[in-house]
Ligand binder design. Structure first.
Ligand SMILES: Nc1ncnc2c1ncn2[C@@H]1O[C@H](COP(=O)(O)OP(=O)(O)OP(=O)(O)O)[C@@H](O)[C@H]1O
Ligand SMILES: [Mg+2]
Length: 251
């Protein structure tokens, strides 16, 4: 398979924070369009691995590639321009603006093409895209509400719309269902399942139902190491996974 078909490739990646080795010699590949969930108990190194992929901080050792190009030394902005989008644990929303206005801002100047020389059609096109994105995340009727008045779940849905506004090739979500009600969880699964097939999805999720429903493949992290990967069925049947969660003090 040509390397451009590999959306993300990590080779022997290590991350130390002082004396703590948070990620230990992790190698993994995610194919373009693949849906991969990362699971593991608290402190396993999942978010750190995300940050290394996004370029939030440098690796201590090893290399990171996106679509066949080594990006190990690239900053987050460069990786974002090359098609990587992610949501953050802490909200980056403009609380006093409406949901639609937040998405409008996230769109920036992208995707306008030759029509950008005609300001009116350019604006209309952007608002159409805003409406599409709000619809995608299940917020089509909430566009005019201020972010401050949205529920926690709706705010997380809006963050997803904003990540999608960048038209990403790779979407990374760190615990998107945190704080969600059961109904919101099912909505999230439906939304992730309905994402365009060419988007590569990397998901960290403590809710095992969501992690296994959405994924083609699951990677299990434990104590900084990748200890297992397999299909959702293989993970469901795995004694190793059961042992980790029973013995690992999983929240
Ligand atoms: N910026 C940092 N500085 C120092 N130590 C850190 C930093 N980020 C993470 N760690 C440590 O690295 C280890 C792995 O943390 P990480 O956040 O990657 O785990 P996680 O698998 O995402 O856990 P959780 O499921 O609780 O979110 C932990 O021991 C954590 O305290
Ligand atoms: Mg984490």
């Amino acid at each position: 398979m040509p390397t451009q078909d590999i959306a993300i490739s990590l080779t022997d990646v290590d991350k130390r924070f002082g004396g703590l080795r948070a990620v230990k010699n992790v190698s993994m590949e995610v194919r373009a369009g693949e849906r991969v969930s990362m699971i593991g108990t608290n402190g396993a190194g999942k978010s750190t691995l995300f940050n290394l992929i996004a370029g939030v901080f440098p690796v201590t050792a090893g290399s990171v590639s996106m679509f066949g190009s080594v990006v190990t030394k690239q900053n987050t902005a460069k990786r974002a321009r090359n098609g990587l989008a992610r949501t953050f644990q802490t909200s980056r929303l403009f609380e006093q603006l409406t949901a639609a206005e937040n998405v409008f801002i996230a769109l920036g100047g992208r995707g306008l093409g030759w029509k950008s020389i005609f300001p009116a059609s350019r604006l209309a096109q952007k608002w159409t895209r805003v409406a599409q994105l709000l619809h995608t995340v299940g917020l089509s009727t909430e566009g005019d509400r201020r972010v401050a008045d949205l529920s926690h779940g709706e705010q997380r849905q809006l963050e997803l719309a904003m990540a999608l506004a960048a038209d990403p090739k790779i979407l990374m979500l760190d615990e998107p269902a945190a704080g969600f009600s059961p109904a919101e969880r099912q909505q999230l699964v439906a939304m992730l399942t309905a994402l365009p097939a060419d988007i590569t999805l990397l998901l960290i999720e403590h809710d095992m139902d969501i992690a296994l429903q959405v994924a083609d493949r699951v990677i299990v992290m434990h104590d900084g190491s990748k200890i297992l990967e397999g299909t959702p069925d293989e993970i469901r049947a795995s004694q190793v996974v059961r042992d980790i969660y029973l013995g690992g003090g999983h929240a």
